[in-house]
Design a protein around this ligand. Structure first.
Ligand SMILES: [Zn+2]
Length: 448
């Protein structure tokens, strides 16, 4: 029997009145309560009123549903089997549903029309609770998610439930990502409205402890637009415009460069890379990065991270001068300047000169530095890169790697491979600011 508006209102008012009476009785009894006591008391009223209103309006929604329904498969009339309970944790508290159950004798299938209307995809969690738990699990450890939800959201969800939800949805995020690699037209989750026609790509690796395997490399990549940013030169006090990365989207992969390369290229396609006239690739000197560069990004302006090159200079200085700090520093300063002015050949000669004077291990190390500069010389056009507004440092991917590490490499943290593989796309989506958009798509059209 469908209740009238007035009937529902009367039911709710009676319940609210009872709650208010309880609160007033509390106030009369308590001796000069402080703000915390008031706050706690009123919050508990808010909570019990909230859940009651929710309960009543949902009850009303069910009475709107048809009394009889046909089987979605065979179209025969289904049997009404009576109400079945369902308990759902919502942001308003624990909702106790009574849902009508219909069953088809022919197909041996049943439906809960109310659950379908409410679009409750998880048995025990409302969409908001599930989304918050999964989103948080991409940022902090599972146990912390449970504590934050209880403390801040007043939602009770156990660590193992958080884990289960994140595994389920992480799996969906991952499957969606993989599907995107095969699509010709990629879904666009972010609004990359800027038409600044310059894009960049960068990659890096970091180590995660995988159970039964040990430390394994996760490869991280990002795509970004390159915009100009005005900065003040502290020495000359003149402002200069340098390139900076904006609209950054991230991907990560536990495994070899081949699959990672495909994923990153998929992301590049999704971001319309092919139609961007000017592009850049930047990274440290890891061989796999430049192999992928040769395969996919051969038309892009290539730069080896400036700080990485400086580190190699510093190593050479250290090997040669040892503890003679002033000599080391003045040599480094000179070589940095030379390198920045794109005279890598002079730097190479300067190190080669030192090679002659050393034997054994030191000689070997210096020769390694020589080959670093020889191999990467073409990607060391620092001065022109900087003045043309390209990036000279790969901070964009390094800060990305730091964000992954903050979540996945905490003290003593070890991951099951399959679990890590599901968590990486969640983390990447959060970092790319498209978690919500992806969530919505997946929640309302879950993959089969
Ligand atoms: Zn049927």
């Amino acid at each position: 029997m469908k209740r009238t508006h007035a009937e529902i209102k009367a039911t709710l008012l009676a319940q609210i009145e009872a709650e208010l009476d309880k609160a007033l009785a509390w106030q009369e009894k308590s001796k000069s309560p402080n703000l915390t006591a008031f706050e706690t008391q009123v919050l508990s009223i808010r909570k019990s009123i909230g859940i009651r209103v929710l309960q009543e309006v949902i009850k009303d929604a069910e009475s709107d549903l048809p009394e009889e329904i046909d089987c979605p498969t065979c179209k025969k009339r289904m049997q009404k089997k009576g109400k079945r309970p369902q308990i759902i944790e919502t942001r308003l508290g624990t909702l106790e549903l009574e849902r009508e159950y219909f069953h088809c004798k022919t197909c041996k299938e049943g439906v809960f029309p109310l659950s379908e209307q409410l679009q409750v995809s998880d048995l025990h969690w409302s969409e908001s609770v599930a989304r918050q738990a999964v989103w948080l699990s991409g940022k902090v450890p599972f146990g912390d998610v449970s504590k934050i939800m209880a403390e801040v959201g007043e939602v009770s969800i156990s660590k193992s439930s958080v884990w289960r939800l994140s595994q389920k949805w992480g799996g969906y995020f991952r499957a969606e990502r993989e599907k995107e690699q095969e699509l010709e037209h990629f879904p666009v989750y972010q609004d990359f409205s800027s038409t600044d026609q310059r894009m960049g790509v960068s990659m890096d690796g970091f180590m995660v402890h995988v159970l039964q395997e040990g430390w394994k490399e996760v490869k991280a990549g990002c795509l970004f637009e390159i915009a100009g940013e005005k900065i003040l030169d502290k020495e000359t006090l003149t402002t200069e415009e340098i390139g900076c990365a904006t609209q950054i989207s991230h991907i990560a992969h536990l495994g070899g460069p081949e699959v990672f390369g495909k994923h990153l290229w998929g992301e590049a396609q999704r971001r319309n890379w092919k139609n961007v006239p000017e592009t850049q690739i930047i990274g440290d000197a890891a061989r796999w990065i430049w192999n992928l560069a040769a395969q996919y990004y051969y038309k892009s302006y290539a730069v080896v991270d400036w700080y990485h090159s400086v580190e190699h200079l510093a190593t050479a200085g250290e090997v040669f001068y040892g503890t003679d700090l002033p000599a080391r520093q003045s040599w480094l300063k000179k070589q940095k300047k030379t390198l920045f002015q794109e005279k890598a050949d002079e730097v190479i000669l300067a190190i080669k000169e030192k090679v002659k004077k050393k034997r054994g291990e030191s000689r070997k190390k210096l020769l390694q530095e020589v080959s670093f500069f020889e191999n990467n010389q073409a990607r060391m056009k620092y001065r022109s890169a900087r003045s043309a507004g390209w990036l000279t440092g790969s901070g964009v991917i390094e800060s990305g790697a730091k964000q992954y590490k903050a979540r996945f490499t905490g003290a003593g943290m070890r991951w099951q491979r399959s679990s890590l593989e599901r968590m990486l796309p969640l983390r990447a989506a959060i970092m790319s600011h498209d978690f919500d958009a992806r969530w919505k798509t997946l929640y309302y059209s879950p993959p089969n």
